[in-house]
Design a protein around this ligand. Sequence first.
Ligand code: F6R
Length: 238
Amino acid sequence: MKVIIAKNYNEMSKMAANFIAKEIKEKENITLGLATGSTPEGTYKELIKKNLDWSLVKVFNLDEYIGINGEHEASYRFFMNQKLFNHININKNNTFIPSGIADPKIEGPAYEKSIEKSGSIDVQLLGIGGNAHIGFNEPFSEEYSTTQEVKLVESTINANARMFKNKEDVPKTAISMGIATIMKAKKILLIASGTKKAQAILNTIEGKITGNVPASYLQKHQDVTLIIDEEAAKLLKK
Ligand code: F6R
């Protein structure tokens, strides 16, 4: 794993945007895997400023809440439109986010098929949960999991409550790419910022590979870069 330490959130965002921009310039019809949440917001802002040509780019997002549709302001479809897609020249038909209102038993395998049809994900951007989840693969997720319905743990529901009017409104389940789906990406870029992520980052990079720390599976991947800020890196020893 290659670890790059940025001074702060802004520098992390700029570095991550440069990383992705370089990939888009090298392959105009690239397939990207993208994430939602607070961490990538700055990266998307920086990417928008770069005026890249997204006309042939395809995007597959990691996950969506179950039970809400893309018009809901807390949905990940809404987030991606607001934070990125509405500001770039991407063809929205080339943007894929698992449906939160379809039957996940049908939607999961269908999502895997559409990723396969596009070849594969060239670059997958990931955030990380305080409990080291990637996508919504919470601790004890199966290494060989594919896109499926997953249960959100209490800490994730609390962390994401800020997006909803009441905590009770936060869905308890989501549909998420699995660990195996993520591991199939050719390149992975994980970004993290803040002391809240420091323990998860330590366990991911220096801990043993275990389902208890879903991001630790990334140690088995050939091409992972982590761009993390000093606060997120503060517990690293090596
Ligand atoms: C989002 C996702 C999650 C987030 C993680 C961190 O699509 O899959 O794994 O990356 O929960 O969220 P933030 O960035 O809000 O701390």
